[in-house]
Design a protein around this ligand. Structure first.
Ligand code: HEC
Length: 182
């Protein structure tokens, strides 16, 4: 590799990783470009919920409330009761993972109930992601858990109860770290 080629390669990496931040602030000062991210703007991106439920907002809902929202906003793609629509099946498949026709659904596959809140709030409905409020997302989480036989229709799902739910396939994964909730 010639020296020239090598230094261009090194510059590329440098731009991609290490040098980007200092370059940015220098450019900002020199040319007056860009602006600092405000805490308020950052809040819109900082919406992840971890397996323990850290980050879950205030609010609550149950499956009865969720069923109404589901019929209006989800059923067209996911089908009545979570099956039979053009998009992913959201229920069923219990005990099927070892079979020749495994169905990876929320009930048969997902290890943590808290992922429901994160996923639905972040990505669904597909045509209007992040349009649902916390109560709606809790209610929909409760309804999908109900469809999978994990909670009953009146179980209140909120920031305390959602992380406490033990998903059927929790032990179906080999942890690569020791610190995940059991
Ligand atoms: C316009 C169609 C559409 C609508 C409406 C819709 N979804 Fe989805 N949904 C999808 C598609 C497509 C995927 C698969 C996305 C992927 O794999 O990247 C998906 C995936 C999901 C998953 C993950 C399934 C899995 O096991 O991987 C959940 C949970 C879910 N949707 C919930 C909902 C809820 C709740 C609503 C209503 C608020 C909703 N969806 C509305 C199309 C839709």
């Amino acid at each position: 590799m010639s020296t020239l080629k090598f230094s261009r390669f090194a510059l590329g990496w440098c731009l991609g990783f290490v040098c980007l931040a200092p370059l940015h602030s220098q450019t900002q000062q020199r040319l007056g470009l860009g602006q600092n991210l405000s805490t308020e703007t950052l809040k819109g991106w900082d919406i992840d919920i971890d397996a323990y439920g850290n980050g879950l907002p205030a609010g609550q809902g149950n499956a009865t409330q969720g069923a109404v929202i589901y019929a209006e906003k989800c059923q067209a793609c996911h089908g009545e009761k979570g099956v039979g629509g053009p998009a992913n099946k959201l229920a069923g498949g219990a005990g099927s993972l070892n079979s020749t026709t495994p169905l990876k659904s929320i009930g048969s596959f997902w290890p943590y109930a808290t992922t429901l809140f994160d996923y639905i709030r972040r990505a669904m409905p597909l045509t209007a992601p992040q349009s649902l409020n916390a109560d709606q997302v809790y209610s929909l989480s409760a309804y999908l858990l109900y469809l999978n036989g994990i909670v009953n229709t009146t179980y209140t799902v909120d920031a305390q109860s959602l992380p406490a739910i033990k998903m059927p396939n929790l032990q179906g994964f080999k942890p690569i770290v020791d610190s995940l909730p059991e």
